[in-house]
Each structure stands twice: as C-alpha cells, then as structure tokens.
Design a protein around this ligand. Structure first.
Ligand code: ATP
Ligand code: MG
Length: 137
C-alpha cells in the first residue's frame, strides 16, 4: 500500500470544493488516513516548496500558498501517488485532461486547486512535514 500527500490549495478552499476533491479521491478507492485544515505561513510554504526555490515563480507561489487556509491530507492505496496525480490533471489546467480536478476547477498554472506528491520519497517527506506519528494511520 502506497501513501501520498495531497493539499487542497487556498483557491480550492475559497471555491468550496474541499468535499469535491476528497470525494474524487475516495471514489477512486483511496483511503484518507489523515486530514486537517491549516494556514501556512510564508515560511511554511517556502519550506514545503523548497525544491522550487530557484524557480522564477517561487515568490508568487509561496505568497499564493500562504494567502488562505489549505486542507492537507494523507492518502493510502494501491498506486496512490499516480492515482492522485491522474485525478488532479496536468499542472497547467489548459493542458489537463477532461474530467480532472484542474481541468474542471483551476484558474491558472499557479492557482491550480490541488497538490499531490510526485514520488514515494517526496510523499514520505511531505506527510511528515504536516503530520506527526499520532495523526496518520
Ligand atoms: P504540485 O507540486 O503542486 O502538486 P505539480 O507537481 O503539478 O504541482 P510543480 O512543477 O511541482 O507542479 O509546481 C508546483 C506548483 O508551482 C504548481 O502546482 C503550481 O501551483 C506552481 N507552478 C508551477 N509552474 C508554474 C509556473 N510556470 N508559473 C506559476 N506557478 C507555477
Ligand atoms: Mg510537484
């Protein structure tokens, strides 16, 4: 069983689609094993997206991610990492497949509703960034 970390970003929370995002994951057979709403500080967002710190969009991205509450969740299931990323769609909603979360709801390549870990190593780091040992199963 694989684990992954997903985030409903501030735009998704503002659009009232927390339940819609969780429902799409659950309908695909994924189990929510930890979930909470938090407000990322700027430093918290910078830490989470540290791999992107040299990218031109880093300042804008971390400002966006700290602009309002987010919902962080740990998910478990067979092939969970790819499943979540398939359900999310491409980073740029204009390039996302029909029926994906980003195609259906995202406004831009930055405000793209949802995050999903991209590999087992990053999933483990990202889950432990938000959840302690008592908070996931
Ligand atoms: P995420 O890591 O959030 O799941 P991703 O893996 O599809 O998304 P990354 O390349 O890891 O995409 O980029 C992280 C986030 O940075 C994107 O989800 C998006 O919010 C933002 N981003 C990526 N590329 C750009 C860009 N060219 N301009 C503005 N923001 C961008
Ligand atoms: Mg990524």
């Amino acid at each position: 069983m694989e684990k992954t970390l997903s985030i409903v970003k501030p735009d998704g929370v503002k659009k009232n689609i927390i339940g819609e995002v969780v429902a799409r994951f659950e309908k695909a057979g994924l189990k929510v094993i930890g979930i909470k709403m938090i407000s990322l500080t700027r430093a918290g967002a910078e830490g989470f997206y540290a791999v992107h710190r040299e990218r031109p969009f880093f300042a804008s991205l971390t400002e966006f991610m700290s602009s309002g509450p987010v919902v962080v969740m740990a998910l478990k299931g067979n092939g969970a990492i790819k499943k979540v990323r398939d359900i999310m769609g491409a980073t740029d909603p204009k390039k996302a497949d029909a029926g994906t979360i980003r195609k259906d709801f995202a406004d831009s390549i930055e405000a793209n509703i949802v995050h999903g870990s991209d590999a087992p190593e990053t999933a483990a780091v990202e889950i432990s960034y938000f959840f302690n040992a008592l908070e996931t199963f």
